[in-house]
Design a protein around this ligand. Structure first.
Ligand code: ADP
Ligand code: MG
Length: 244
């Protein structure tokens, strides 16, 4: 992403942000509330169409211009928001295939969908019947179902916007382990979290934005929580430099 500028009725939420991500890399995006993290990821994931921001996005050497989430998914970019988007009244299976039933199977075939759903759930470590109603799941398990759904779209870049804010400690551990596994499979992740211990545990690089400005991108190795906070709040800026 190069020089991304996004305005909301004249107010600049993003003021020329650069972001680079390699295959299999985990990049944490840090910044205080309102710094522009979610907006930047909404640009990348097609929520804001290419005509609604300035700057360029390149994916595998080609200009990336999408106009909606579906097109972004087709390009391999999936986003999981903090607010869960699953439908409580449905089962896990129904949620997993919502909107995709026809394209994936031609006819609705429960047996085929069931075994496919089991595979999808196994990938995120869930050994639970796909016919389980969603209401019976905890928030963490629901989050894992969302991730399973995103992965089934063959996401090459998975964006997790504050995924652990409502997870228990053990659910968080499961999620972090999944991100590690994905990384080994070559999937890249953009991870947004205020929990800097998680950020340092999981990231290859940490990118900090403040007031819509790209402050710096640093290798996570050797970085401390204090370093990140310093970048986030803007003290001792002269000592900081982007690593790229
Ligand atoms: P973060 O995710 O880092 O907390 P956001 O990207 O959500 O920050 O917000 C960045 C800035 O843009 C904030 O000042 C926020 O109020 C503003 N903003 C975000 N979305 C909208 C919107 N849809 N309309 C108007 N302003 C918005
Ligand atoms: Mg946000």
């Amino acid at each position: 992403m190069r020089g991304i500028i996004k305005e909301f009725s004249g107010v600049r939420a993003l003021d020329g942000v650069d972001l680079a991500l390699s295959a299999g890399q985990v990049l944490s995006l840090c910044g205080e509330n309102g710094s522009g993290k979610s907006t930047l990821m909404k640009v990348l994931s097609g929520i804001y169409p290419s005509g609604e921001y300035q700057g360029e996005i390149w994916l595998d050497g080609a200009l990336y211009q999408v106009n909606n989430i579906k097109q972004a998914e087709q390009a391999g970019i999936a986003i999981i928001h903090q607010e869960l988007a699953l439908i409580k009244e449905l089962t896990i299976l129904e949620n997993l295939f919502l909107g995709d039933e026809i394209s994936q199977f031609g006819v609705l075939n429960h047996a085929a969908m069931y075994s496919r759903a089991e595979q999808m759930l196994a990938r995120v470590g869930l050994t639970i019947s796909p016919d389980t109603p969603l209401v019976e799941l905890g928030v963490g398990q629901q989050q894992l179902v969302e991730i399973a759904k995103a992965l089934a779209k063959n996401a090459r870049i998975l964006i997790l916007d504050e995924p652990t804010s409502s997870l228990t400690e053990s659910e968080t551990d499961v999620l972090l382990a999944i991100v590690e596994q994905l990384k080994e499979q070559g999937v890249s992740c953009v991870y947004i979290s205020h929990k800097l211990n998680e950020v340092l545990a999981i990231s290859d690089v940490v990118c900090v934005i403040r007031d819509g400005l790209h402050i710096g991108t640093r290798e996570a190795q050797g970085l401390t929580q204090d370093d990140i906070i310093t970048m986030m709040v803007g003290r001792e800026l002269t000592e900081l430099f982007p690593y790229e």
